[in-house]
Ligand binder design. Structure first.
Ligand code: ATP
Ligand code: MG
Length: 463
């Protein structure tokens, strides 16, 4: 008896009590739990509470027959494995059953050993399938949260935090410089959460006067100020029980910070010019570009508001700090923009990728996305090469191309000879890059021009 069989339930639907008794006995001996039913209708009534994995059913049954039973089972749970026992080896029943998604069939009289092998194999396949699904889920989780891509350790930690907080009411503060994906992460948290069907309302606090921002956030009543011709519902209200994404909170003017603090504390607001208190029900995600703590220390941000916002903080690292994510992001954007532009995704040359990895990406992922969009537009013949990259990426030659030391099988090396050879190579490289201009080459090499010239003479380069 295999240990593997423990806790595996097999449902047996058979109207012949003798067959039921003998099969049950053998299956129980083999370590399965057996639930026997004399009819499909009886089985269907009970199955909801049983959650069976494998069902063995006769075709000829009183009431609902085995084929109809199979149909209904598949409708209830596509993944259930059903073995159909066909009396008198009726081929047509077997064919019908297989077409409807039966896992297998057995002609009667049943050979129990054969049945046991089939059941064991089914459980094995189910296990394999479950493992594969789990692995696939893990892999997806490892590389992405919603549309946020990344497999660097830092991004993994961020996905883990997001996973934990997504369904809570907890306020989240996302900090990161421009283009690091703050809004994308906020959206991922919302759209992966129980709130996904509720509104996601973004509001930027940047470049708005305190008055405008206040009415944008809280709304206003008709006649609240000049130009308020009608009542306006604010963003807090529009978010209802969904998520309010307060972007660029570092720019909230101090006087509005006080009002916002009250709203966050009391979870009630007044529209500008209004008298009726309105309940705040939304979840709040804030984003900032700067370290709010430093703004607090500089007296530009209320510390109590900071503490309200900073319940869970997620810091999105700049792309330069997680270059290991770059190839994955490049692939993602190449596929995305190729599809948008109606092209087959081009293959990215290793040299082009090399330039991309070497770039500093001050504009972070937004910059990368723009570069890939343009490069995909320019590339042809299914290849994305250095020539398709914009000059700001390619103006600096990849670092390791500067020189490489390759001394295979050398027993002895003359250092000054080798140094001269390397110097010669580097000078030739600089001259090439400077189109032969010694002034420019000297600049590239951080040497006075006269020094470059004397080195060139010494090394027998040029005239
Ligand atoms: N991890 C990521 N995976 C895939 N795409 C990303 C990722 N991070 C950012 N992006 C993409 O980069 C662009 C910029 O992202 P987003 O607007 O979220 O950045 P941001 O931090 O809000 O920038 P800003 O501070 O300038 O508003 C978007 O098009 C977004 O889809
Ligand atoms: Mg943004």
């Amino acid at each position: 008896m295999s240990k593997m069989s423990k806790n595996k339930t097999v449902v047996l639907v058979e109207d012949d009590p003798i067959v039921t008794a003998s099969l049950s006995e053998r299956l129980t001996e083999a370590g399965y739990s057996v639930a026997g039913f004399a009819s499909a209708d009886q089985a269907l009534q009970e199955l909801a509470s049983l959650v069976p994995q494998v069902i063995i059913t006769d075709v000829r049954l009183p009431g609902t027959d085995g084929i109809d039973f199979l149909k209904q089972l598949k409708h209830l749970d596509e993944s259930v494995s059903v073995i159909v026992m066909t009396a008198y080896a009726t081929v047509s029943d077997a064919v019908a059953a297989m077409k409807l998604g039966a896992a297998d069939y057995l002609p009667k009289p049943i050979c129990v050993d054969e049945l046991l092998v089939k059941i064991e194999r089914l459980f094995e396949t189910r296990q394999l399938r479950a493992d594969r699904d789990r692995l696939q889920k893990d892999a997806e989780r490892r590389f992405r949260l919603g549309n946020v891509i990344g497999h660097s350790k830092r991004m993994q930690e961020i996905f883990d935090v997001a996973e934990v907080v997504k369904d809570l009411d907890t306020t989240v503060l996302i900090q990161g410089s421009t283009g690091t994906g703050k809004e994308l992460l906020a959206r991922a948290i919302h759209f992966q959460s129980v709130r996904r069907a509720l509104p996601f309302v973004p509001v930027s606090c940047v470049a708005l006067s305190p008055q405008l921002l206040e009415s944008e956030l809280f709304g206003h009543e008709r006649g609240a100020f000049t130009g308020a011709y009608r009542r306006k519902v604010g963003r807090f209200e529009a978010a209802a029980s969904g998520t309010l994404f307060l972007d660029d909170v570092d720019d909230i003017p101090l006087e509005l910070q006080t009002k916002l603090l009250r709203v966050l504390q009391e979870r009630k607001l007044l529209r500008v010019g209004g008298e009726v208190e309105i309940d705040v029900q939304c979840r709040i995600i804030c984003a900032c570009k700067t370290d709010l703590q430093q703004l607090v220390e500089a007296g530009r941000f209320r510390s109590d508001l900071f503490f309200r916002m900073n319940v869970v903080r997620i810091e999105l690292p700049p792309l330069a700090k997680r270059k290991e994510d770059l190839p994955l992001l490049v692939e993602h954007f190449v596929n995305h923009y190729a599809a948008r532009q109606g092209k087959k995704p081009p293959k990215v040359d290793p040299e082009a990728l090399h330039y991309l990895v070497q770039h500093d990406w001050p504009g972070n992922i937004r910059e990368l996305e723009n570069v890939i969009e343009a490069s995909v537009a320019f590339c042809s013949a299914g290849r994305l090469s250095v020539a398709h990259l914009p000059p700001e990426i390619t103006h600096r030659p990849p670092a390791q191309e500067l020189f490489s030391l390759n001394l295979p099988g050398q027993g002895r090396v003359d250092l000054s000879e080798l140094t001269n050879a390397v110097q010669g190579q580097v000078i030739r490289w600089a001259l090439r890059l400077a189109d032969g201009s010694q002034i420019k080459a000297a600049k590239l090499l951080n040497l006075p021009r006269t020094t470059l010239q004397s080195k060139m003479r010494k090394l027998g380069l040029g005239d």
